[in-house]
Design a protein around this ligand. Structure first.
Ligand code: ADP
Ligand code: ZN
Ligand code: MG
Length: 486
């Protein structure tokens, strides 16, 4: 890893697939995993004479993202043709935006080294269409070796490209940035944000410079990054490689490199000299995109409360520690569920938060967390906490009930009745249990009375055991004190 002698500089280019029903410039459905070349038409196949028509929803979704990142949205932006030849690009050009993008500026905050938020500036957010998919190694016998196939279902799928300024300073920061950006695209409903499935893709640019320098070093762009963890790993490897070259007195060559997940290393793909000239020009088939004040206002008004302000509100309005509030806002479904539960039992938000942060999150896999699949209805958590608070059950019984609530989605009150779990708050049976336990354990009783206060907790445990965990702990404590201290 680089020592103090170099500063790391990273900039990311992220493509988010926008969650529209149909493609960017035609009426074909956006599908994942359908039979090859079944979701295509003359427009996305690039037939001569077929004309593109812009999908309004695509723009609205990108606008949500632009507002959520505090970008400046430009009233007029322009679609351009990015020309290159590749079999998965049937028109011979990709419709993109170049010198007049939809939005510029904006920020995403990451957690800085000192724990304080740090603003990463965005350079731009622009609209473009995806290419198709080439398949170079297919498992079918009737396809000769060396023959590639192409599936154009993905051609014309709407994308937003989000480009950062070179503001990131470490692989950890890049990781945190992507976690937060992924949360944001999902939060506002712009994209599924799934890197493994390709609905979120990232190219990473990285350079080193002598510590304290203010000009940028030569950058390398890394491609083929299929998860956020890979981005971090690839950057770590690339930083070490560049540092090594610079330390030996060599220099970094400006190039594009491919990450190899197997070895964790990057290898050259193409150099600056081989870089393409895309011959950008405005697409004559599409007029300028005009986002008027009314459209902007409509999108801005429909934006949900964003994760950071929502966490801040949870902390201040409900009295939660900021880190707990932040965890509850890790995904929008989790935050929503928490708020539903609190609304149903507003007198103990903290108790509800503890169930969410403890037992509930513990039962969720990583995928559950990302996709917001909760193991239990928020109303059940609210009811459970309410039954603890009103003394019907003890916290211990609640712990035992929780898995049952998750498994068969049973009703809390029905379970309590069925299993006879109602907390015993009636004095006489508990007094009887206390008397019996003390009588059966004269040695411990003598120890307690002889000045060993620790024995008291042991007695509480014995009485709880004797009552099947159903005794009110408060009552057990009071009666034990009464009798033992008498
Ligand atoms: P290119 O013209 O090669 O596409 P851009 O200037 O458009 O380069 O930047 C692409 C991405 O690379 C941006 O995210 C930007 O922040 C980042 N970047 C640019 N220069 C550097 C550098 N010297 N080191 C690290 N990242 C950089
Ligand atoms: Zn089509
Ligand atoms: Mg560029």
């Amino acid at each position: 890893m680089p020592s103090q002698e170099f500063e790391t500089v990273i900039g990311l280019e992220v493509h988010a697939q926008l969650k529209t029903r149909t493609k960017a410039f035609c009426a074909c459905p956006v599908v994942f995993g359908a039979s090859a070349n079944t979701a295509v038409c003359p427009v996305c196949l690039g037939y001569p004479g077929a004309l593109p028509v812009l999908n309004r929803e695509m723009v609205s979704l990108a606008l949500r993202l632009a507002f959520a990142t505090r970008c400046e949205v430009h009233e007029t932006s322009v679609f351009a043709r990015k020309n290159y030849f590749y079999p998965d690009l049937p028109k011979g050009y990709q419709i993109s935006q170049y010198d007049r993008p939809l939005a510029t500026g904006g920020v995403v905050e990451v957690r800085g080294e000192d724990g304080a938020p740090r603003a990463i500036r965005l350079n731009r957010i622009h609209l473009e269409e995806d290419a198709g998919k080439s398949m170079h190694e297919v498992p079918w016998d009737d396809v000769p070796t060396g023959v590639s196939l192409v599936d154009l279902n993905r051609a014309g799928t709407p994308l937003a490209e989000i480009v950062t300024e070179p503001d990131l300073r470490s692989p950890e920061e890049a990781y945190d940035f992507l976690v937060r950006l992924r949360r944001l695209v999902r939060w506002v409903g712009a994209s599924d944000g799934n890197m493994e499935e390709g609905s979120l893709r990232c190219d990473a640019n990285v350079s080193l410079r002598p510590a304290g320098a203010d000009t940028l070093g030569t950058k390398v762009e890394i491609k083929n990054l299929n998860s956020i963890a890979h981005v971090k790993k690839a950057l770590e490897h690339e930083i070490a490689r560049q540092a090594e070259a610079l330390r030996r007195g060599g220099e970094v060559v400006q190039e594009t490199r491919l990450f190899d997940p197997g070895s964790g290393a990057t290898r050259p793909m193409r150099s600056k000299e081989e870089a393409m000239d895309y011959r950008y020009f405005p697409d004559p088939d599409l007029g300028p995109l005009v986002v008027d004040a009314r459209w902007s206002a409509e999108v801005a008004a429909a934006l949900p409360e964003l994760p950071e302000p929502r966490a801040a509100r949870f902390a201040s309005a409900l009295g939660l520690p900021p880190s707990d509030a932040a965890t509850l806002c890790a995904t929008r479904p989790l935050a929503d569920a928490f708020e539903v539960a609190v609304a149903l039992h507003p007198s103990n938000a903290k108790g509800i938060a503890n169930w969410f942060l403890g037992d509930l999150l513990a039962r969720m896999t990583d995928a559950d967390r990302q996709e917001g699949r909760l193991p239990v209805a928020p109303a059940a958590v609210a009811r459970l906490v309410a039954r603890i608070d009103d003394g019907t059950i003890s916290g211990k019984i609640a712990k035992e009930l929780f898995p049952l609530l998750c498994e068969d989605g049973a009703d809390v009150d029905a379970l309590i009745r069925e299993k006879g779990l109602v907390q015993v708050t009636d004095e006489s049976p508990i007094r009887a249990a206390v008397d019996a336990v003390i009588a059966a354990n004269p040695v411990q009783a003598a120890a307690y009375r002889g000045g060993k206060p620790a024995a008291f907790g042991w007695f509480v445990g014995q009485v709880m055991k004797a009552t099947g965990g159903k005794a009110s702990p408060a009552l057990v404590n009071r009666l034990l004190r009464e009798i033992l201290d008498a």
